[in-house]
Design a protein around this ligand. Structure first.
Ligand code: NCD
Length: 305
Protein backbone atom coordinates (compact mmCIF):
# COMPACT_ATOMS: atom_id res chain seq x y z
CA UNK A 1 0.00 0.00 0.00
CA UNK A 2 1.41 3.38 -0.99
CA UNK A 3 0.39 6.53 0.88
CA UNK A 4 3.24 8.63 -0.53
CA UNK A 5 2.05 12.12 -1.43
CA UNK A 6 -1.35 11.61 0.24
CA UNK A 7 -3.05 14.47 2.06
CA UNK A 8 -4.56 13.58 5.43
CA UNK A 9 -7.56 15.86 5.69
CA UNK A 10 -10.47 13.75 6.93
CA UNK A 11 -10.58 10.26 8.35
CA UNK A 12 -13.49 9.71 5.93
CA UNK A 13 -10.99 9.80 3.04
CA UNK A 14 -9.40 6.57 4.33
CA UNK A 15 -10.53 2.98 4.05
CA UNK A 16 -10.49 0.54 6.93
CA UNK A 17 -7.54 -1.24 5.26
CA UNK A 18 -5.56 1.99 5.04
CA UNK A 19 -6.27 2.76 8.69
CA UNK A 20 -5.12 -0.74 9.71
CA UNK A 21 -1.98 -0.27 7.64
CA UNK A 22 -1.08 3.07 9.28
CA UNK A 23 -1.55 1.47 12.72
CA UNK A 24 0.70 -1.43 11.71
CA UNK A 25 3.43 0.94 10.53
CA UNK A 26 3.08 2.84 13.83
CA UNK A 27 3.58 -0.40 15.77
CA UNK A 28 6.75 -1.03 13.75
CA UNK A 29 7.93 2.51 14.52
CA UNK A 30 7.32 1.96 18.23
CA UNK A 31 9.48 -1.19 18.22
CA UNK A 32 12.28 0.43 16.21
CA UNK A 33 12.23 3.49 18.44
CA UNK A 34 12.51 1.35 21.58
CA UNK A 35 15.55 -0.38 20.13
CA UNK A 36 17.34 2.61 18.60
CA UNK A 37 16.01 5.79 20.22
CA UNK A 38 15.83 7.58 16.87
CA UNK A 39 15.71 6.71 13.18
CA UNK A 40 17.30 8.49 10.26
CA UNK A 41 14.84 7.81 7.51
CA UNK A 42 13.72 11.39 6.83
CA UNK A 43 17.04 13.17 7.13
CA UNK A 44 17.08 16.38 5.09
CA UNK A 45 13.27 16.56 5.05
CA UNK A 46 11.37 19.49 6.57
CA UNK A 47 7.95 19.61 8.21
CA UNK A 48 6.20 23.01 8.26
CA UNK A 49 4.02 23.21 11.34
CA UNK A 50 1.42 25.94 10.70
CA UNK A 51 -0.56 26.29 13.90
CA UNK A 52 -3.08 29.10 13.62
CA UNK A 53 -4.94 27.90 16.76
CA UNK A 54 -3.45 27.00 20.17
CA UNK A 55 -1.89 23.57 20.57
CA UNK A 56 0.39 21.79 23.02
CA UNK A 57 0.36 18.08 22.14
CA UNK A 58 -0.31 18.09 18.43
CA UNK A 59 2.32 20.67 17.52
CA UNK A 60 4.98 19.33 19.84
CA UNK A 61 4.38 15.69 18.94
CA UNK A 62 4.58 16.45 15.21
CA UNK A 63 7.88 18.22 15.86
CA UNK A 64 9.24 15.39 18.02
CA UNK A 65 8.05 12.78 15.49
CA UNK A 66 9.84 14.57 12.65
CA UNK A 67 13.04 14.95 14.67
CA UNK A 68 13.01 11.31 15.75
CA UNK A 69 12.82 10.38 12.07
CA UNK A 70 15.96 12.43 11.42
CA UNK A 71 14.07 15.30 9.80
CA UNK A 72 13.62 18.89 10.87
CA UNK A 73 10.80 21.28 11.52
CA UNK A 74 9.81 24.92 10.94
CA UNK A 75 7.01 26.45 12.99
CA UNK A 76 4.60 29.31 12.43
CA UNK A 77 1.72 30.64 14.53
CA UNK A 78 -0.99 33.09 13.49
CA UNK A 79 0.49 35.99 15.44
CA UNK A 80 3.92 35.55 13.81
CA UNK A 81 2.62 35.09 10.28
CA UNK A 82 1.73 37.53 7.51
CA UNK A 83 -1.91 36.48 7.93
CA UNK A 84 -1.79 39.33 10.45
CA UNK A 85 -0.94 41.72 7.59
CA UNK A 86 -3.83 40.49 5.47
CA UNK A 87 -2.15 37.73 3.44
CA UNK A 88 -4.65 35.00 2.62
CA UNK A 89 -4.17 31.36 3.54
CA UNK A 90 -3.73 30.21 -0.07
CA UNK A 91 -0.79 32.58 -0.61
CA UNK A 92 0.74 31.54 2.72
CA UNK A 93 0.60 27.90 1.59
CA UNK A 94 2.03 28.73 -1.86
CA UNK A 95 4.99 30.29 -0.07
CA UNK A 96 5.52 27.72 2.68
CA UNK A 97 5.60 24.78 0.27
CA UNK A 98 8.87 26.15 -1.09
CA UNK A 99 10.49 25.61 2.31
CA UNK A 100 9.12 22.21 3.28
CA UNK A 101 8.34 18.62 2.23
CA UNK A 102 5.11 18.31 4.21
CA UNK A 103 2.73 20.71 5.97
CA UNK A 104 0.76 20.14 9.17
CA UNK A 105 -1.91 22.81 9.56
CA UNK A 106 -4.30 23.76 12.35
CA UNK A 107 -6.88 26.45 11.66
CA UNK A 108 -10.09 27.72 13.23
CA UNK A 109 -12.04 27.52 9.97
CA UNK A 110 -13.61 24.27 8.81
CA UNK A 111 -12.30 23.41 5.38
CA UNK A 112 -9.01 25.33 5.80
CA UNK A 113 -6.90 22.17 5.60
CA UNK A 114 -8.75 21.00 2.48
CA UNK A 115 -8.12 24.39 0.88
CA UNK A 116 -4.42 24.19 1.79
CA UNK A 117 -4.22 20.71 0.23
CA UNK A 118 -5.78 21.97 -2.99
CA UNK A 119 -3.20 24.74 -3.25
CA UNK A 120 -0.11 22.78 -2.16
CA UNK A 121 1.95 20.38 -4.27
CA UNK A 122 3.31 18.72 -1.13
CA UNK A 123 1.27 16.58 1.30
CA UNK A 124 -0.91 18.46 3.78
CA UNK A 125 -1.93 17.00 7.13
CA UNK A 126 -4.96 18.40 8.91
CA UNK A 127 -4.01 19.00 12.55
CA UNK A 128 -7.55 20.22 13.31
CA UNK A 129 -9.86 22.50 11.29
CA UNK A 130 -12.45 24.25 13.45
CA UNK A 131 -15.08 21.82 14.64
CA UNK A 132 -14.68 19.62 11.61
CA UNK A 133 -11.94 16.96 11.71
CA UNK A 134 -8.73 15.94 13.47
CA UNK A 135 -7.70 12.75 11.68
CA UNK A 136 -4.25 12.22 13.23
CA UNK A 137 -5.78 12.41 16.71
CA UNK A 138 -8.21 9.68 15.63
CA UNK A 139 -5.38 7.48 14.41
CA UNK A 140 -3.61 7.81 17.74
CA UNK A 141 -6.90 7.18 19.57
CA UNK A 142 -7.34 3.96 17.61
CA UNK A 143 -3.73 2.97 18.22
CA UNK A 144 -4.24 3.49 21.97
CA UNK A 145 -7.43 1.40 21.93
CA UNK A 146 -5.62 -1.38 20.06
CA UNK A 147 -2.70 -1.36 22.49
CA UNK A 148 -4.63 -0.96 25.72
CA UNK A 149 -7.79 -2.95 24.94
CA UNK A 150 -6.19 -5.48 22.61
CA UNK A 151 -8.65 -4.92 19.72
CA UNK A 152 -10.36 -2.14 17.77
CA UNK A 153 -13.23 -4.00 16.10
CA UNK A 154 -16.70 -4.71 17.49
CA UNK A 155 -16.20 -2.63 20.61
CA UNK A 156 -18.62 -0.42 22.54
CA UNK A 157 -17.56 3.19 22.88
CA UNK A 158 -19.20 6.13 24.64
CA UNK A 159 -18.12 9.49 23.28
CA UNK A 160 -18.93 12.05 25.96
CA UNK A 161 -19.10 15.84 26.21
CA UNK A 162 -19.21 18.56 23.58
CA UNK A 163 -20.19 16.47 20.57
CA UNK A 164 -21.37 19.55 18.70
CA UNK A 165 -17.98 21.24 18.56
CA UNK A 166 -15.30 18.61 19.28
CA UNK A 167 -13.54 17.72 16.03
CA UNK A 168 -11.87 14.80 17.80
CA UNK A 169 -15.33 13.34 18.46
CA UNK A 170 -16.42 13.80 14.85
CA UNK A 171 -13.32 12.14 13.39
CA UNK A 172 -13.37 9.29 15.87
CA UNK A 173 -17.06 8.55 15.31
CA UNK A 174 -16.47 8.01 11.58
CA UNK A 175 -13.50 5.71 12.19
CA UNK A 176 -15.38 3.68 14.83
CA UNK A 177 -18.37 3.37 12.50
CA UNK A 178 -16.04 1.88 9.85
CA UNK A 179 -14.80 -0.56 12.49
CA UNK A 180 -18.35 -1.67 13.40
CA UNK A 181 -18.27 -0.26 16.92
CA UNK A 182 -21.44 0.23 18.93
CA UNK A 183 -21.53 3.99 19.62
CA UNK A 184 -23.10 5.79 22.56
CA UNK A 185 -23.16 9.55 22.06
CA UNK A 186 -23.50 11.16 25.48
CA UNK A 187 -24.00 14.94 25.62
CA UNK A 188 -26.30 17.63 26.94
CA UNK A 189 -29.17 18.25 24.45
CA UNK A 190 -27.56 21.56 23.36
CA UNK A 191 -24.28 19.83 22.46
CA UNK A 192 -25.47 16.79 20.50
CA UNK A 193 -23.47 15.56 17.55
CA UNK A 194 -24.73 17.40 14.42
CA UNK A 195 -27.65 15.54 12.76
CA UNK A 196 -25.93 15.38 9.37
CA UNK A 197 -23.01 13.47 10.91
CA UNK A 198 -25.26 11.08 12.84
CA UNK A 199 -27.35 10.39 9.74
CA UNK A 200 -24.29 9.74 7.61
CA UNK A 201 -22.81 7.44 10.25
CA UNK A 202 -26.01 5.42 10.25
CA UNK A 203 -26.88 5.49 6.56
CA UNK A 204 -23.48 5.35 4.87
CA UNK A 205 -21.52 3.40 7.47
CA UNK A 206 -24.38 1.36 9.00
CA UNK A 207 -23.39 2.47 12.50
CA UNK A 208 -25.34 1.37 15.55
CA UNK A 209 -25.84 4.57 17.56
CA UNK A 210 -27.59 5.43 20.82
CA UNK A 211 -27.82 9.08 21.80
CA UNK A 212 -28.32 9.86 25.47
CA UNK A 213 -27.60 12.43 28.17
CA UNK A 214 -26.30 10.45 31.15
CA UNK A 215 -23.04 8.56 31.63
CA UNK A 216 -24.65 6.35 34.26
CA UNK A 217 -26.98 4.89 31.60
CA UNK A 218 -24.06 3.55 29.52
CA UNK A 219 -21.15 3.01 31.90
CA UNK A 220 -21.88 -0.72 32.41
CA UNK A 221 -21.88 -1.44 28.69
CA UNK A 222 -18.82 0.28 27.29
CA UNK A 223 -15.22 -0.78 26.66
CA UNK A 224 -14.03 2.77 26.02
CA UNK A 225 -15.11 6.07 27.54
CA UNK A 226 -13.89 8.88 25.27
CA UNK A 227 -14.24 12.18 27.11
CA UNK A 228 -14.04 15.63 25.51
CA UNK A 229 -13.99 19.08 27.09
CA UNK A 230 -16.75 21.64 26.54
CA UNK A 231 -15.12 23.83 23.86
CA UNK A 232 -15.60 27.31 25.28
CA UNK A 233 -13.88 29.06 22.36
CA UNK A 234 -16.41 27.70 19.83
CA UNK A 235 -19.53 29.13 21.54
CA UNK A 236 -20.97 32.25 19.94
CA UNK A 237 -22.72 33.20 23.15
CA UNK A 238 -20.96 33.08 26.50
CA UNK A 239 -24.24 32.46 28.33
CA UNK A 240 -24.79 29.30 26.33
CA UNK A 241 -21.36 28.12 27.46
CA UNK A 242 -22.12 28.99 31.09
CA UNK A 243 -25.32 26.91 30.88
CA UNK A 244 -23.50 23.70 29.90
CA UNK A 245 -20.02 24.02 31.38
CA UNK A 246 -19.31 21.38 33.99
CA UNK A 247 -22.14 19.16 32.65
CA UNK A 248 -20.00 16.05 33.04
CA UNK A 249 -17.43 14.95 35.51
CA UNK A 250 -15.96 11.45 35.54
CA UNK A 251 -15.34 10.46 39.15
CA UNK A 252 -14.27 7.22 40.87
CA UNK A 253 -17.90 6.99 42.05
CA UNK A 254 -19.24 6.87 38.46
CA UNK A 255 -16.63 4.23 37.58
CA UNK A 256 -17.88 1.78 40.23
CA UNK A 257 -20.30 0.28 37.69
CA UNK A 258 -17.75 0.15 34.85
CA UNK A 259 -16.40 -3.02 33.23
CA UNK A 260 -13.10 -4.13 34.74
CA UNK A 261 -11.24 -3.52 31.51
CA UNK A 262 -12.82 -0.14 30.69
CA UNK A 263 -10.33 2.38 29.34
CA UNK A 264 -10.82 6.14 29.58
CA UNK A 265 -9.40 8.28 26.79
CA UNK A 266 -9.34 12.05 26.36
CA UNK A 267 -7.62 14.01 23.56
CA UNK A 268 -6.66 16.62 26.21
CA UNK A 269 -6.54 19.40 27.30
CA UNK A 270 -8.71 18.47 30.29
CA UNK A 271 -10.56 21.23 32.12
CA UNK A 272 -12.73 19.68 34.85
CA UNK A 273 -14.44 16.78 33.08
CA UNK A 274 -12.23 14.08 34.63
CA UNK A 275 -11.56 14.26 38.38
CA UNK A 276 -7.83 14.08 39.22
CA UNK A 277 -8.44 10.99 41.42
CA UNK A 278 -9.37 9.07 38.27
CA UNK A 279 -5.77 9.46 37.02
CA UNK A 280 -4.68 6.91 39.62
CA UNK A 281 -7.17 4.23 38.47
CA UNK A 282 -6.36 1.39 36.04
CA UNK A 283 -8.89 2.87 33.63
CA UNK A 284 -7.02 6.13 32.94
CA UNK A 285 -5.14 5.95 29.62
CA UNK A 286 -5.14 9.58 28.50
CA UNK A 287 -1.48 10.18 29.21
CA UNK A 288 -0.62 6.89 27.47
CA UNK A 289 -2.46 8.35 24.46
CA UNK A 290 -0.03 11.27 24.45
CA UNK A 291 2.87 8.80 24.44
CA UNK A 292 1.45 6.84 21.49
CA UNK A 293 0.85 10.09 19.58
CA UNK A 294 4.52 10.35 18.71
CA UNK A 295 4.86 6.94 17.03
CA UNK A 296 1.57 7.35 15.18
CA UNK A 297 2.67 10.74 13.83
CA UNK A 298 6.06 9.25 12.91
CA UNK A 299 4.24 6.61 10.86
CA UNK A 300 2.07 9.25 9.17
CA UNK A 301 5.03 11.51 8.28
CA UNK A 302 7.08 8.59 7.02
CA UNK A 303 4.23 7.25 4.87
CA UNK A 304 3.23 10.54 3.20
CA UNK A 305 6.81 11.69 2.57
C1 NCD B 1 -7.96 18.61 20.79
C2 NCD B 1 -8.15 19.56 19.63
O1 NCD B 1 -7.35 20.46 19.41
O2 NCD B 1 -9.11 19.33 18.93
N1 NCD B 1 -6.68 18.58 21.32
C3 NCD B 1 -5.72 17.81 20.72
O3 NCD B 1 -5.37 18.02 19.59
N2 NCD B 1 -5.17 16.82 21.43
C4 NCD B 1 -9.03 18.65 21.78
C5 NCD B 1 -9.50 19.94 22.37
O4 NCD B 1 -9.01 21.02 22.07
O5 NCD B 1 -10.42 19.85 23.17
Amino acid sequence: MDLKGRDIISIRDFTKREIDYILEVAAGMEKKLERRGRLDILSGKILANLFFEPSTRTRLSFEVAMKKLGGDCINLTAAESSLEKGEDLADTIRVVQNYADVIAIRHSKEGAARLAAEVADIPVINAGDGSNQHPTQTLLDLYTIKKELGRIEDISVAIVGDLKHARTAHSLAYALAMLDAKLYLVSPPQLKMPCDIVEELKEVFGAEIDECCEIKDVIRDVDVLYVTRIQRERFLDVEEYEAVKGSYRITPEILKDAKDGLIILHPLPRVDEIAREVDETRHAKYFKQVHYGVVVRMAILYLVI
